[in-house]
Write a new protein. Sequence first.
Length: 255
Amino acid sequence: MATFFSSPPFLAHPITRTLNFSSSSPPPQNPPPPPPQPQPQSPPPPPPQQLSAALSEQPQPVSVKPQKKQRTTVESTDWIASSLTRRFGLGAGLAWAAFLAVGVVSEQIKTRLEVSEQEASTRNVEKEEEVVLPNGIRYYELRVGGGASPRPGDLVVIDLKGKIEGSGKVFVDTFEGDKKPLALVMGSRPYSKGVCEGIEYVLRSMKAGGKRRVIVPPGLGYGEKGTDLGTGVQIPPSSTLEYIVEVDKVSIAPA
């Protein structure tokens, strides 16, 4: 055993567990170099079955390329569609603006022509004659209009002066000063201030530009109860009303 423990160092070198030497044996002069550090080794390849399963789970590169190409095609198509849409929208907007401009100009021309025809056809009455209607309304033609006649639903702009027959008290007057004309829609209620059912009835047979003096009986005026027009103006019960009415304009009522 002594001969074995005193063997040369080259016999003891392959033995890696140096801690098992006896303490009585002398330590080697040249200590053996430290064992090399184990290098990290890659994990062993998986079995063929696991490898095939992992490969089947991973996305195939072949399916990615068509997706990219398809996305590029869609983006290109969207860009072309957007360009065409913008161009079409701009063209439609310009066409619509031109259409509106032409419509406005044509409407202005039409209005001027209608006004010219109305002025040419309007004439004053040399002799006033009384006209009595079956409902009791009496009127005198002062000027025959040459424009359009109002129909149900039309917007009619009139100048109006009304007073109570007998007392002569004026309750409405748009002829004086800078007062604005009155507007009413034929067949619509309530009436504008000072307008009554008898005035609407007379307007049906008038034309734009015409002017009449109208006597309205109480039944087609404000009736047996009268009315309060506000600002201290009252119509007594069973009052006969005398009007001067002039039709300024007849047009289609706005929607």
